[in-house]
Unconditional design. Structure first.
Length: 135
């Protein structure tokens, strides 16, 4: 899973008036940006995600607050806590993800390699396993 999941340091310019971080196509993201959206106003106890993508790559950035991302493939499961806007979580294709434990006021920026395409989603965990196991 390590080649498909990793923390990416987002460039940060420190300033006594506040920090500035920036992202451009291919820096520091290892894919061309084709879609950007954000998740916010998440009710307490809610979970997001609960799916995998066949081809899409994503970078999740906690712009505000914190949350956990549970990542699974066929042999490994790990939970990563995201809480810094200068560190994004890269998730490659065919990794199951679940987002939970959102702090109050959390905002998650999602940068994606593809535009929305429902056929790229694997929304059932058993379907995800079957898809990964097929030759």
């Amino acid at each position: 899973m390590d080649d498909k999941v990793r923390i990416i340091e987002i460039p940060k310019i420190k300033d006594h008036r506040g920090n500035l971080s920036f992202i451009t196509n291919m820096n520091p993201i290892p894919f061309k940006i084709n879609n950007v959206f954000y998740i916010y106003d998440i009710p307490g106890g809610s979970e997001r995600g609960g799916h995998a993508h066949k081809k899409l790559q994503q970078l999740l950035i906690p712009l505000s607050g914190s949350f956990d991302v549970v990542l699974k493939d066929l042999t490994t499961e790990k939970t990563m806590n995201l809480n810094r806007p200068d560190k994004g979580l890269y998730i490659g294709p065919l990794i199951w993800r679940e987002m939970k434990n959102f702090s109050s006021g959390s905002v998650c920026l999602v940068i994606a390699s593809l535009e929305y395409d429902e056929t790229d989603y694997l929304r059932d965990y058993n379907e995800f396993i079957e898809y990964k196991l097929k030759p």
